[in-house]
Design a protein around this ligand. Structure first.
Ligand SMILES: [Fe+2]
Ligand SMILES: [Fe+2]
Length: 328
């Protein structure tokens, strides 16, 4: 391993020369090489700049902290090493009873890598033998850890952009899920079909629209996911496809039960409907959360060319939209 140290004494340079010199030398550092800097004041702005512009790329250690001189070492972190560490952390997260300390460490690590880089690491883990089911669990823990951070991210897409449309549809879908949630409670407190006529109509309305969302899944599966796969993002779309496989039949089943409700006793009807709704009110918002906060940002990151998005838009137009797709 190369542990060469390059020295830079900023005291010998004019203030206006320092910034450029530091960053030139940092750019030239190879993995594990160290830039040892001597300065005549505390280098806090440089520290924050490195954290902001090169997250996860350099390690910072003080050798001397004033009062006259400050000496500090900046080591370029080997990206292979970083990958191995993240892989190990992800594997530990799968174990039972994850401690808060591990969650905090994971949060710091995950903050420093891009969604694309994380996707590539996850692909490597799958190749090494983790099942997709375990990967789904990992994905959930990842979300739990990063929830607060994801909230602040905004993709800033214009109306008409395929991802913007998908996200607008998600809002509508969540609204139907809310309707299911409210209605099922009312069904439980009633005793007979005749007391819940309005509620059944509401259920029928929400279930019909959820089935209609198949066009939304189709655009994801047939257009967006393959385009992401072309850019090397394989696992996250695959996990989303698997979730679609679980969600789609449940929506259809719900609609069928409501449509044929007179064939069942009221108690059986409520029992069956409740079971499916409980599944949907958990799984659908989770699925949407993952797409809004991981998958779509990843797509925007890896599909850079305007032309590719234009092609995606055309293909989405061909498949068509849902009756509830907001008009842009
Ligand atoms: Fe989806
Ligand atoms: Fe979606």
């Amino acid at each position: 391993m190369n542990r060469d140290i390059k020295n830079l004494d900023l005291r010998e340079l004019q203030p206006f020369e320092r910034h450029e010199k530091i960053f030139r030398m940092l750019e030239e550092l190879k993995d594990q090489e160290i830039l040892r800097i001597t300065n005549d004041h505390e280098p806090k702005p440089l520290f924050y700049m490195l954290q902001g512009e090169y997250p996860g790329k350099f390690k910072w250690e003080y050798e001397k902290q004033g009062p006259k001189d400050w000496i500090f070492k900046i080591t370029k972190i080997s990206q292979d090493n970083k990958r191995e560490k993240i892989k190990e952390m992800l594997k530990n997260l799968q174990k039972e009873n994850v401690s808060n300390k591990l969650k905090e460490e994971a949060k710091i690590m995950l903050k420093n890598i891009s969604p694309t880089e994380l996707a590539l690491i996850e692909q490597e883990i799958i190749k090494e033998g983790i099942t997709r089911k375990e990967m789904r669990k990992l994905c959930d823990i990842h979300l739990e850890i990063m929830k607060e951070d994801f909230k602040n991210k905004d993709l800033k897409l214009k109306p008409g952009h395929p991802i913007h449309t998908l996200m607008e549809e998600h809002k509508e879908i969540l609204d139907f899920v809310d309707k299911l949630k409210i209605t099922v409670k009312k069904l439980e407190s009633a005793k007979d079909f005749k007391d819940v006529k309005m509620e059944i109509e509401m259920l029928r309305f929400a279930a019909k629209h959820l089935v209609e969302a198949d066009k939304h899944h189709q655009r994801e599966e047939e257009v967006l996911f393959p385009e992401m796969e072309k850019s090397g993002i394989i696992e996250p779309p695959e996990i989303m496809r698997e979730e679609h496989k679980d969600i789609k039949p449940k929506k259809k089943e719900l609609y069928k039960i409501i449509d044929e409700c007179e064939k069942l006793s009221y108690q059986d009807f409520v029992k069956k409907v409740k079971e499916i709704i409980e599944f949907l009110i958990k799984e659908l918002p989770d699925h949407i959360y993952k797409e809004n906060n991981i998958l779509y940002p990843m797509a925007v990151e890896v599909i850079k060319e305007k032309k590719r998005w234009e092609k995606i838009k055309k293909e989405c137009d061909k498949i068509g939209y849902c009756c509830f797709t907001p008009k842009c």
